[in-house]
Design a protein around this ligand. Sequence first.
Ligand SMILES: [Zn+2]
Length: 294
Amino acid sequence: MTFNDDADIRGGRVSKRGRNAAIGAGGGGLIVIALLVVSQLTGVDLTGLAPILGGGSGTEQGTDQTGDLAACETGEDANENVECRMVGAATSLDLYWETQVDGYAPPELVLFSGSVSTGCGNATSAVGPFYCPPDQKVYIDTTFFEQLRTQFGASGGNLAQMYIVAHEWGHHIQNIVGTMDGLDLQDAGPTSDGVRLELQADCYAGAWVAASSDTEDTSGIALLQEPTAAEITDALNAANVVGDDYIQENLGDGNVNPETWTHGSSESRQKWFNAGFTEGVGSCDTFAASGSEL
Ligand SMILES: [Zn+2]
């Protein structure tokens, strides 16, 4: 998805954290990749994070570095630079969700490298992008997008990247409107609460993509152009390769075991992204859907 070059993309709450010294640099490539697969399988992406990571100390290490993000000002910057693209996506997502949720409070997007200390405990890039409900922050190491292409075999593209960001924003919406309350997130399987939560986040991402060209800067310039058919295909392709069955078949041991699913099948993830894209947020009640409708 392309930003309008002269749009002002500033506004989203985005910060940057440097590499944590506790993580050794170099030599860990293969381990990181292996862990990435495991974490996708075990659903570290969301609320499972706190128990898996052993709980947070509550103190966050690393100083926020917003310095170089300050250079992200225009749509042209967002088109050329992945970190500026995250800034622009955050701004557009906030503008969209302000129109959908009364009293909307934006999450913070933290761009990190290597590892990061969060309100859900310490995490490394190996867990992939995630949302931490207690601190209401989305954490992304943008090198994940390259892994999505090389490791998962995704076609890539700007909209594929922004679909991931929008999915995590969807978890923030679920958190602030209370969707997460009372769910059994230890349960797994195609019709589990966890899968319904993930599919709804995909649906919310689709709803934003469809409306994103309506989000405007303070001068009335649309932040984003309408997505092309090829870009939508890239986003659906990204949804496909993060489906549980695709991951188990292509990145795991080859055995597809629906009982362990935490995010939903490739087919379901594309279906719900598409539902949001074509019918909007009102179509995203995955909790009311029957098992065969998921
Ligand atoms: Zn998720």
